[in-house]
Design a protein around this ligand. Structure first.
Ligand SMILES: [Zn+2]
Length: 359
């Protein structure tokens, strides 16, 4: 499986700045050639074509040839991914980015060698053994700090037996309600920062606004990282409802939905699960709130529709079990997840290549 390790760079950032400008130049060259191809109705350029066009420019540009290749290939990939005939030019406002080929980056103690230079980093966590892969890059964040993102291939551990599982119902008031009745309260970092943000916005303090946004993002990631790690340590299989964040983000709940970070949480759970041999599955969560988790039917007394949203607790009219709305949903999710896993149709997605800064 591929993992991304991210370290803050503490030396040679000036050099990176300079190289990032050259990277932009190469990127814009690719864009120009693509536009030419469009104008003269020639075949569209692949990464391979662009590599050929830029071959031999390394010395003149004073940029490692691996970087030039990585830029060309990423350009072609992005164009296909975004389904665009051409892309936006990179300029002064673009965040700095210097991609590389995995083979060109080498470890040297707690630092890294790349293209004849040693980059010292804040070695916040040890890099596991494994092969460094393409997709690794230097990238800048919005505050101008440089980070080294290393894509590394590590061996997947064997899956643990399915003994102890958990179902997770994602929500707004509580980020997650577990099938064992535990609740993870949603801290709402953005809501808490709104007052400070408003003050900064009225005063037009752009740097302060940026800093607040970044702090909110960091705190949210930290919170989600901690809780997803805890869950992966405690359970052998995890089932999560496939609640759709982007759909709800267009409603009046938008701010709360985006603040909750469901999709990030699910992504973290998935990555951590694979890393630790935990089985992870996303299940269809339709009717999980309405089905009785004790007897498995849709009783007449179930919470229904909009009116049912306010109901926190209900009694099953068929078997008489008393349910907490969210815990009941989590238990149904666990049951469905387990059924999926036992049927052997586990949706173990993973090893996605992540480019640029990630969490
Ligand atoms: Zn029942």
């Amino acid at each position: 499986m591929l993992l991304v390790y991210r370290y803050r760079v503490k030396s040679l950032t000036g050099l990176l700045q300079q190289q990032a400008r050259t990277v932009n130049f190469v990127w814009n060259y690719c864009n120009d050639r693509q536009k030419d191809a469009l104008r003269f109705s020639r075949p569209w350029l692949t990464g391979f074509d662009l590599n050929k066009l830029t071959a031999g420019s390394s010395k003149e540009l004073n940029l490692h040839s691996g970087v030039i290749n990585a830029v060309c290939e990423q350009f072609a990939r992005s164009r296909v991914q975004h389904r665009r005939p051409y892309l936006r030019y990179r300029g002064r406002k673009s965040l700095g980015w210097v991609p590389m080929k995995g083979r060109d980056l080498h470890r040297k103690g707690n630092a890294f060698r790349f293209a004849g230079n040693t980059f010292r980093v804040f070695y916040s966590r040890p890099l596991p053994d494994g092969k460094i892969r393409d997709g690794s890059c230097f990238a800048q964040d919005r505050r101008g700090n440089w980070f080294l993102n290393i894509v590394i291939e590590v061996a997947e551990p064997p899956a643990r037996p399915l003994s102890h599982g958990v179902g997770i119902d994602l929500g707004l008031k509580d980020l997650a309600v577990l099938s064992n009745q535990e609740r993870i309260h949603a801290p709402g970092f953005y809501r808490k920062a709104e007052a400070a943000l408003a003050v900064a916005q009225r005063a037009h303090k752009w740097r302060r606004i940026k800093a607040i946004h970044m702090r909110v993002a960091r705190r949210r990631l930290d919170f989600l990282n901690k809780h997803s790690a805890e869950l992966v340590r405690a359970f052998d299989h995890i089932a999560v409802g496939n609640i759709n964040a982007s759909g709800l983000a267009q409603t009046s709940l938008a701010k709360s939905v985006l603040d909750a970070g469901w999709s990030t949480f699910r992504k973290m759970l998935m990555y951590k699960a694979i890393r630790h041999g935990v089985r992870y599955v996303e299940v269809d969560e339709r009717f999980t709130t309405q089905t009785c988790s004790t007897c498995g039917v849709l009783p007449d007394s179930r919470p229904k529709g909009i009116a049912g949203l306010g109901i926190r607790e209900w009694t099953c009219s068929d078997c008489g079990a008393v349910h907490d709305r969210d815990v009941n949903a989590a238990m149904n999710i666990l049951r469905r997840g387990r059924a999926t896993l036992e049927a052997g149709i586990s949706i173990l997605k993973g090893g996605e290549n992540v480019n640029g800064p990630s969490y």
